[in-house]
Design a protein around this ligand. Sequence first.
Ligand SMILES: [Zn+2]
Length: 316
Amino acid sequence: MYYIGVDVGGTNLVAGLVDREGTILNKVSRPVDRSHSAEQLCDEVAQLAQQACEQGGKRPEEIQAVGVGIPGLVDNKTGVVVQTANMPFRDTPFRARFQSKWNVPVYLGNDANCAAIGEYWAGAAKGCSPAVVITLGTGIGGGMVVDGKLFTGCANSGMEVGHMVIYPGGQLCGCGNRGCWEQYGSATALIRMTREEMERCPDSLLWQICQGDLAQVQGRTPFQGAAQGDEAARRVLERYWEGLSLGLINLVNVLQPQVICLGGGISNADDAWLLEPVRERVKNGTYDKNTPVRLVRAALGNDAGVVGAALLCHLL
Ligand SMILES: [Zn+2]
C-alpha cells in the first residue's frame, strides 16, 4: 500500500506519493492562489493528491490514506481545520470536502507535527523516543513523537513551543504575550536582531553584505558576516544562540528527548556557527548532566512535511 501526503503552505501546495518506508516516489506542486476560498483550496488539495497518485502510476485503491499538513490548528477527530494564521481556513470541514472529491481515509495534521513525523519515520530522528523536531522559520514550530505516537496535547495545540516565554516582559509576540521563544529563536527574530545591530554599527560589514539596504537582510546575512570576521555579526549570533538555547534547555529539562532535530532554513548554517555553540549552551543548561541530548540538523528538509503528512495515519 501507498500513501499521499500533502503539505499545505502559504505559497505552494505540495503532494507526494509515499511508500511505507517514507520514500517519496512522486511529487507534484502548484502555487496557492491567495484569492481562493477555503472550499476552493480544499478542492485543489484533493485534485493535487489525485494527480500525485496518477502520475506516480498508482490506482486510487492502492492508496491506504491521504494526510494533509496545515499551518494552523486542526482537529483530526472532527476533520475540521479550526484556524490558520495566513490562509482562509476557519472552522473548515476539510475532510468532508476532500472526501466529496475523493473518498479515501483522510487525516489532518499541523505542519510542524507533520515535519516531526517525517523526521521520526525516515529522517534524523528515526526510531527515537521522545523525538522532538523544531522548525526555525517565520516562527518556531515544534512537534514530538513519543513511543511511536504523535503528542498533540488534549486539544491539538500541545507543543506550541514557539510561545513558551523565555524573556518575561520581552518582545511583543503575535500571540499577544511578551518574550515568546519565537521572538528570539526564529529566522524572523534573527533578521530583526541583525537589523538592530546594523543600526548600532554603521561600519559593520553587514551593510556591505546587504548592499546598504536593511530590507535585504536575510537569515543567512549574520552568518556571512561572522564568517568574514565581522564583530557586529558575531554579536548578533551570540544573542541568537542565547535565545535559541534557552528554549531548547527548557524543552530538554521538561521532556528529556532522545533527540532534538533543528529544521528550517537557518539550520543549514555551518555547524561552527550554529549547532556547536548551541550544543555547548544546552549541555551546560541541562539539569541531567549525565545524559546530554543529541542535537542534530533535520535531514529531510522541505520533504519532511510531505512524508509526515502521508504517514499521519500511523501516528495518531
Ligand atoms: Zn507568542
